[in-house]
Design a protein around this ligand. Structure first.
Ligand code: SF4
Ligand code: SF4
Length: 167
């Protein structure tokens, strides 16, 4: 059920400030994004079309507390297929950016971010895997540019978002 008291008429403007989300009001709810989304194919709880509608209607609290926003893989299929050039994936990104200001991000994202900060890779590659590469005569993996990553995390205050001390 929708209540007008839930609706924040400024919310759509707040989200459309994010580059790529400017056209969100052009969405006419055709459903192409949901039909083509690889995540929506596997779960009923993720519907990008509905998220865009929530933003249009100003359902800020609902949209920001919807855990499904973290399911998007940013594959950009929806962006490529949207007939209105809405930039659905960017709308989801904008929702995540606002959501982390109010509550912690899911642990898995923190862990991935932390690994990028420490190694330059999203996953810490186990020593065993590295030894196996060597034994098979494969060249060593390139080193991640940890210094640049740390500078970026510091400049954007992302370390605070993932609750890690800056070095
Ligand atoms: S494909 Fe575009 S226009 Fe259609 S529902 Fe999704 S965002 Fe809206
Ligand atoms: S970017 Fe996100 S919402 Fe768009 S198709 Fe990919 S997983 Fe679905």
């Amino acid at each position: 059920m929708l209540r007008t008291t839930e609706m924040d008429p400024k919310f759509k403007y707040e989200i459309s400030k994010t580059p790529g989300s400017e056209k969100l009001m052009l969405c006419f709810q055709c459903g192409t994004c949901t039909a083509d989304c690889p995540i929506a194919r596997f779960t009923d709880s993720y519907r990008p079309r509905k998220l865009v509608r929530m933003v249009q209607l100003g359902l800020k609290d609902r949209a920001l507390s919807d855990d499904s926003i973290w399911l998007c893989t940013s594959c950009f299929t929806c962006v490529d297929h949207c007939p209105q050039d809405v930039g659905t994936a960017e709308v989801v990104r904008a929702l995540r950016n606002l959501a982390v200001k109010e509550r912690p991000m899911p642990r898995v994202y923190k862990e991935l971010s932390s690994a990028i900060r420490k190694t330059g890779y999203a996953y810490e590659i186990p020593q065993l895997r590295l030894r196996q590469r060597e034994e098979k005569g494969l060249p060593p993996l390139p080193k991640g540019d940890v210094e640049s990553v740390r500078k970026l995390f510091k400049a954007t205050s992302f370390s605070k978002t993932i609750e890690e001390e800056e070095e």
